[in-house]
Design a binder for this molecule. Structure first.
Ligand SMILES: NC(=O)c1ccc[n+]([C@@H]2O[C@H](COP(=O)([O-])OP(=O)(O)OC[C@H]3O[C@@H](n4cnc5c(N)ncnc54)[C@H](O)[C@@H]3O)[C@@H](O)[C@H]2O)c1
Ligand SMILES: O=c1ccn([C@@H]2O[C@H](COP(=O)(O)OP(=O)(O)O[C@H]3O[C@H](CO)[C@@H](O)[C@H](O)[C@H]3O)[C@@H](O)[C@H]2O)c(=O)[nH]1
Length: 479
């Protein structure tokens, strides 16, 4: 265990926001720091009750075991925010920062109303000085707004140090990402007090993270690094997806191209998996935020550059939907289609910005009846995401993949769940209408095995069953 050489002892931590970040982050923190009491608070009573129950509100591999081990010892979940904030030496703000849906910056700027209300509550209830840590993803210079709100409302004799400590966990691998982070960023003021606060938070992480991975920097760099990291990650996927369209038009295979690119040690192999499109609660919101910041700073070329990463993703999702319709003889009206996977990626039940929603809506608009199966997404969530359509007449949610496939014309893979590769596709084929189609939006299935069974197979970034000779460039580029 790390010795606290920091001048500010941290014995109690409170985290506001018991969501996908607050819950797993604090669970790992409690596990790794038995000398610290961690309380996660949220105003959502249902969520807190779920954290205190047998069935946690989110699915993350390995999380349940940690919660069970620490809950009631040094990990607590509560809706009683004031006492937990008052007692804490350090407070994480880990609330949602969604894209604004109205007013100035609508559709692009991050809405900081939840972060601001946390700052107001902290100033209102706390009667001794504390460290406040911005864990939510926020626009650059948000810490200055938090400082302003705290200063304007603080009780006499109380002062705050505000740090930026963005979270880089990915859903589905959160426990591993938190246990073995690539880096921990801590941004703070360059004053003596600021440095003390940075040392105190650093001490907390030093319980399990080596010193070389804890990077201190100025607050604005730390805030911007989070937005930039997500923009770069999404850009890589948009880039390979753009190449996938060229592959489909030419006969190249995007998997082979990705392998060739990834073997360049300057580029590396990760995040080059072409897909139906990227989803999740962060990429789109954070890039939109970066676009908005750039526009506000009159950096229009910068804004346009990053906007293209999003536009390419929209194109990819639409392209996949259109390809399904075109392949099925240009009409899917009244056809039955099974959607395998509704989460935005494997190993999570989260559907926020899932490409499956986009594809499902496209198919429903074309008049198809959908049979949806996902191993972890709750039925109520799927119906909420497709609320414009009626369960009886357009959608049926299944708990068994074979039942979902039965009597359908096509299988559409939208999430890369490992278990999808192990199914008995002959059994599915036998129960389907013919010709039976498979559209693999994640490139996870064995396409030649499926073709042997009799399926017509379509996938991202590859044309099936077409030879070397059948594309003629003449007329398209003048050769
Ligand atoms: N989801 C991820 O994988 C991920 C990863 C890294 C960073 N982030 C960032 O972390 C932040 C949180 O994301 P999330 O996915 O955990 O969100 P979430 O929606 O799952 O959870 C946020 C929680 O905050 C609570 N909340 C909001 N305002 C509150 C208030 N004033 N008082 C008390 N509780 C309040 C909500 O009830 C909700 O339970 C966002 O800024 C996000 O961009 C998310
Ligand atoms: O090669 C790839 C890799 C990912 N994806 C898709 O991209 C999306 C995002 O995946 P991933 O980044 O693994 O999950 P997130 O939970 O959204 O995590 C991202 O967003 C978080 C929130 O800010 C950050 O903390 C993480 O570092 C960042 O990876 C998903 O739809 C994936 O299926 C692909 O299509 N191809």
């Amino acid at each position: 265990m790390a010795t606290n050489i920091a001048e500010i002892p941290i014995r109690k931590i409170c985290c506001i926001g018991a969501g996908y970040v607050g819950g797993p982050t604090c669970s790992v923190l409690a596990l790794k720091c038995p000398d610290i009491q961690v309380t996660v608070v949220d105003r959502n009573e249902l969520r807190i009750n779920q954290w205190n129950s047998e069935k946690l509100p989110i699915y993350e591999p390995g999380l349940e075991e940690i919660v069970k081990q620490c809950r009631g010892k040094n990990l607590f979940f509560s809706t009683d925010m004031a006492p937990a904030l008052k007692e804490a030496d350090l407070i994480f703000i880990s609330v949602n920062t969604p894209t604004k849906t109205f007013g100035l910056g609508k559709g692009r700027a991050a809405d900081l109303k939840f972060v601001e209300s946390c700052a107001r509550l902290i100033a209102e209830v706390c009667d001794r000085s504390k460290i406040v840590v911005e864990k939510s993803t926020v626009p650059v210079r948000s810490a200055a707004s938090i400082v302003n709100v705290l200063k304007a409302n603080t009780k006499p004799g109380v002062s705050y140090q505000v740090l930026s400590n963005p979270e880089f966990l990915a859903e589905g691998t959160a426990v591993n990402d938190l246990t073995n982070p690539d880096r921990v960023l801590i941004g703070g003021e360059e004053s003596e007090e600021g440095k003390k606060a940075i040392r105190a938070l650093s001490w907390v992480y030093r319980h399990w993270v080596s010193a070389d991975k804890i990077i201190e920097m100025n607050t604005w760099s730390s805030e911007l690094s989070k937005l930039a990291a997500n923009a770069f990650l999404a850009q890589r996927i948009s880039s390979i997806n753009a190449i996938s369209a060229v592959c489909e038009a030419t006969g190249a295979d995007v998997s082979e191209v990705a392998k060739a690119i990834g073997l360049d040690s300057r580029l590396g192999p990760k995040f080059l998996q072409a897909s139906v499109g990227w989803g999740g609660s962060c990429f789109q919101k954070d890039i939109l935020n970066l676009v908005y910041i750039s526009e506000s700073l009159n950096l229009t070329s910068v804004a346009a550059y990053w906007q293209q990463v999003i536009d390419m993703n929209e194109y990819q999702k639409s392209r996949f939907g259109e390809r399904i319709v075109q392949s099925m003889f240009n009409t899917i009206t009244d056809k039955h289609i099974a959607i395998l996977g509704f989460a935005f990626k494997k190993n999570t039940g989260d559907t926020r910005e899932s490409p499956a929603i986009h594809v499902a809506k496209h198919l429903l608009e074309e008049g198809a009846f959908l049979h949806i199966f996902d191993p972890k997404v709750e039925k109520a969530q799927i119906l909420l995401d497709l609320a414009q359509w009626d369960e009886e007449s357009s959608i049926s949610i299944h708990t068994d993949p074979y039942e979902a496939a039965k009597g359908t014309h096509a299988l559409v893979v939208c999430t890369e769940w490992d278990q999808f590769t192990t199914y008995d596709y002959q059994r599915m084929y036998d129960s389907m209408l013919k010709p039976a189609f498979v559209f693999d939006g994640r490139k996870i299935l064995d396409h030649s095995a499926l073709a042997k069974i009799g399926f017509h197979v379509e996938t991202i970034g590859k044309r099936h069953g077409q030879g070397f000779q059948d594309h003629n460039w003449a007329g398209t580029n003048g050769i």
